[in-house]
Design a protein around this ligand. Structure first.
Ligand SMILES: Nc1ncnc2c1ncn2[C@@H]1O[C@H](COP(=O)(O)OP(=O)(O)O)[C@@H](O)[C@H]1O
Ligand SMILES: [Mg+2]
Length: 167
């Protein structure tokens, strides 16, 4: 039996007293490709926001397999101010940016006399750094920038456009 990735159990959503849907149940299994079709205003985007857990149902429950990663392209994307095409694309995997920040913080601590003059404290920082680095490798962090550039190129963004404000 296929693994259930997403399950909506009798969910209801209303906006300002207007019922968009109610008692809606839906299950998505691993390997399925699903198209969601309906007239404008039917509630397709609302349903996707429920699955993404960006919105809670008024009634019923939403379930997502733990550890499932989920990407959603907003129908009306808000492009971040001050980002370039490349820097915005680099935000695609926030977990990698978070590990890079952790590594930078730990490296800054290693250069602090309050840390490196205290063997026990330094050992703790080194151990944390080693752990973060292993995690970074696992996420393919060292190749991340080149993967992002490769994807941009394949999407038709020429290198000359990477510094263009994404807005
Ligand atoms: N945050 C909100 N507040 C009030 N009404 C909303 C909100 N989001 C969606 N709606 C309304 O809910 C209905 C379904 O919207 P939506 O899910 O965007 O439809 P679809 O994506 O199928 O076109 C529409 O009538 C829309 O105006
Ligand atoms: Mg929509």
């Amino acid at each position: 039996m296929a693994e259930i990735l997403v399950n909506l159990d009798k969910v209801s959503v209303s906006f300002a007293g207007r019922v968009i849907f109610s008692g809606l149940s839906w299950e998505i299994q691993a390997g399925q490709r699903v198209g969601l079709v309906g007239p404008n205003g039917a509630g397709k985007s609302t349903l996707l926001k429920l699955i993404a857990q960006e919105l809670s149902p008024d009634e019923g429950n939403t379930f997502r397999l733990s550890g499932l990663t989920w990407g959603r392209l907003a129908q009306e994307p808000v492009m971040p101010e001050g980002e370039t095409v490349l820097s915005a694309a680099m935000t695609g995997v926030p977990a990698i940016a978070a590990i890079e920040q952790t590594l930078a913080n730990l490296e800054a601590q290693m250069g602090d006399p309050a840390v490196y003059e205290q063997p026990a404290v330094l050992a703790r920082v080194l151990a944390a750094h080693e752990k973060a680095l292993a995690h970074y490798d696992l996420q393919d962090g060292p190749r991340y920038a080149s993967r992002v550039k490769d994807v941009l190129s394949r999407l038709g963004f020429d290198q000359s456009q990477w510094a263009t404000p994404v807005k």
